[in-house]
Design a protein around this ligand. Structure first.
Ligand code: ADP
Ligand code: ASP
Ligand code: MG
Length: 402
């Protein structure tokens, strides 16, 4: 007998038929004598629809506390429906909201971190032979207010339960049958991986491969929770995410794309000490996450600085810098919100020169212009125009993995 944590994403429970499909998959493993904890996301596009509803009331900045109160309701619908489906099929089930399941988080509404899962209630329900269905993506802060974990956060809820209960297995069911070398919906010849290391998966997830939330991979690595990413619709093995994997011949494991990017260029800054400090200190005060930074060589006493931020923080960043016009004395500032980041990831690239050149050649052959470049030991990213991003992913994927 094993303790199995299973997470089902929004598309896996999108309608009644899918809810019953998931219920049957759960029951199959329950009837084999396993203890089962299930984490579910909101059905289909529910979370997006709730965000749209909030925008009808306050388009610019609805209270973050109330946003969490609203968004957490999506998962309340899916857990109750799934529990009902399991009961209808003749097995005992109980649904629990995040706070009932013991999810304690910090107070950063909208992007809370899980501090602890006090799994007492879950254990009690398991002891009663219930299949326990937990709402993903949510918890409770120290003020007893509902929090949410950021988009895609249900993956992290599942890993947190698996870690705190020392589960034997943590399965992330989704609408594709594993982790691929690129988004299989965009790149038809993408290759399915049998296994991938935490580090490579973490990079891919952080760089836009939404199949796993990056914080879930971070947590899985920290607590050594082995994950399996698999299909909720087909019964077949998926991809295992774990510490070390057998060496692949390919240097590049995958290509990822992130559309959640904007760049900001400040032109005609004074070429004097302290300018970069003042800009990025101000952005830090506004809690803007700066990613890639490019500074031009000073000429005639002036220089330009361009940097990238998440798309939804672009406007805030521009306003923050414009507010410093007196102090900074620059010529102009512009925002480009039609940008994508395309990245290649592979632990093998560290010891192999020429990988960057090969990537840039693929982009050159496809006629794609690079705006900015950033590299680390196991990844290379380029910022390009959003409208050619899919073409870029295919070109780069073909070059290394085609
Ligand atoms: P869920 O609702 O189950 O959490 P998501 O939509 O968050 O599902 O993640 C699954 C999607 O991730 C897939 O439908 C696929 O289009 C996308 N995806 C992006 N990159 C990859 C990749 N490298 N491998 C597999 N899927 C990927
Ligand atoms: N329902 C949430 C979202 O859409 C959480 C999740 O799907 O993991 O982001
Ligand atoms: Mg997801």
């Amino acid at each position: 007998m094993s303790l199995i944590v299973k997470k089902f994403g929004g598309s896996s429970v999108a309608n009644a038929e899918r809810v019953f499909n998931v219920a049957r998959r759960i029951i199959d493993d329950y009837k084999k004598g396993n203890d089962i904890v299930v984490v579910v996301s909101a059905q289909g596009d529910t979370t997006d629809d709730l965000i749209a509803k909030a925008k009808e009331i306050n388009p610019k900045n609805p209270s973050k506390r109330e946003m969490d109160m609203l968004l957490a309701s999506g998962e309340q619908i899916s857990i109750s429906l799934l529990a009902m489906a399991i009961e209808t099929l003749g097995c005992p089930a109980v649904s629990l909201l995040g706070w009932q399941a013991g999810f304690e988080t910090d107070s950063h509404h909208g992007i809370s971190r899980i501090k602890r899962v006090n799994a007492e209630r879950i254990k009690t329900e398991i002891a009663k032979k219930n299949i326990v269905i937990v709402a993903g993506f949510q918890g409770l802060n120290k003020y007893d207010d509902i929090t949410t974990l950021g988009r895609g956060g249900s993956d992290t809820s599942a890993v947190a339960i698996a870690a705190s209960m020392k589960a034997d297995l943590c399965q992330i069911y989704t609408d594709v049958d594993g982790v691929y070398s690129a988004d299989p919906r965009k790149v038809p010849n993408a290759i399915k991986m049998d296994e991938i290391s935490y580090d490579e998966m973490l990079e891919l997830a952080s760089l836009g491969a939404q199949v796993l939330n990056n914080r879930s991979v971070e947590m899985a690595k920290k607590y050594n929770v082995e994950l399996e990413v698999l299909s909720s619709l087909e019964v077949k093995p998926g991809t295992i995410v774990k510490e070390t994997v057998k060496m692949e011949k390919t240097l590049i494991r995958g290509v990822a794309k992130d559309n959640n990017v904007a760049t900001i260029s400040i032109v005609g800054l004074q070429d004097t000490p302290g300018v970069a400090f003042k800009i990025f200190n101000k952005l830090a005060q506004y809690k803007v996450n700066v990613d890639i930074i490019l500074q031009s060589v000073g000429r005639d006493g002036t220089k330009d600085i361009t940097f990238s931020v998440p798309l939804d923080q672009g406007q805030i960043a521009v306003e923050a810098i414009e507010g410093m016009k007196e102090v900074l004395d620059f010529k102009s500032i512009s925002l480009n919100d039609s940008i994508s980041k395309v990245s290649i990831v592979g632990a093998g690239m560290e010891s192999h020169p020429g990988i960057a050149a090969k990537m840039f050649e693929a982009l050159y052959d496809a006629g794609i212009n690079i705006h900015m470049i950033s590299t680390s030991e196991i990844k290379i990213s380029v910022l390009i125009d959003a409208k050619v991003a899919d073409k870029a992913v295919s070109a780069v994927h073909d070059k290394f993995l085609g």
